[in-house]
Design a protein around this ligand. Sequence first.
Ligand code: TYM
Length: 334
Amino acid sequence: MKKRMLSGIKPSGQLHLGNYIGALRNFVRYQDDYEMVVFIANLHCITVPQEPTALQTNLRDAAALYIASGLDPQKATIFLQSDVMAHSQLSFILQSHSYLGELNRMTQYKDKVAKGETELTVGLYTYPTLMAADILIQDAHYVPVGIDQKQHVELTRDIAQRMNNRYKKTLFTIPEPLIEKVGSKIYSLQNVENKMSKSDTTEKDIIYLLDPVKTATKKIMSAVTDSENKIAYDPVNQPGISNLLTIAASLQVQNIDTIVSECKNMQYGAFKKYVADIVAKTLSEIQDKYNEVIESNMLEKVLQDGAEKAAITANNRLAMVQETLGLEIIGGKL
Ligand code: TYM
């Protein structure tokens, strides 16, 4: 039997090239070898304020982009997180087996506190336990993510192990993060020390998957580089060039060394054009399929079928957990 693999993206803005390279393209690559379960983490989106109409557009676009990037609904189970209610219910159970100290250590939350953000919601704080529930309730062995999510998967493992030990039963499979060697952290094009991120960057930092190809090309052409004047993979001294090399290598599915030897005699302008062409090719392929998906009106059925399938696994696991914890009287049948 194939092992189960699960992942999700939180479309609190539009999906970007970092999401594609660090996560989405890997879901596609793995869908033949694993029982693939991917969802849209819409509840995670509302841990920060969202404008409802914009949110709905972003969710629909994300679903379409999953398919446009190559996920095949016949192979992968694709659904919207809030359509499978057991995820949130398990989240509360996991919160009751997690400690404040653990959640205080989560860097995504800590970073926001460090930046002096004041209106932090309780949902943002408990967000990692919902992510843990997503993973554990779907019985995932592997979780393909970018490096920024590794800590959350480790917390998930800790909670799962703790509960398995406490109740002397394998309530949960212990999941493993799957992080690619190349592309697990794509950096902003302008602030090369920060990751490319939908929340805290300006338009020139980030390439959205639905950016017009011309816009994306312009952004790459104005990416920050350095004054070394050589094409080399050296993230410390040449972070901008190294980021562009990583983007090219990931999209071409080639080693960084291969790209370096192909480009080593180029001036920076020519190198940027080379990377921009690779990005343009990827985006236009994705966007052509995105348009087909939107026009075909297939999303509703894909999400409906996906939610039904995901709910079977989730409801079974939730029932087993609730029974083990002594929560049931009439077997959760209502
Ligand atoms: P999110 O929406 O922030 O990111 C989705 C995926 O994209 C990866 N990623 C990146 N990879 C490389 N470079 C970048 N600049 C970059 N930015 C983002 C992330 O590592 C992630 O894999 N909490 C999750 C969503 C989630 C989830 C889950 C994921 C909810 N439940 C269960 C896995 C399993 C999140 O906010 O990802």
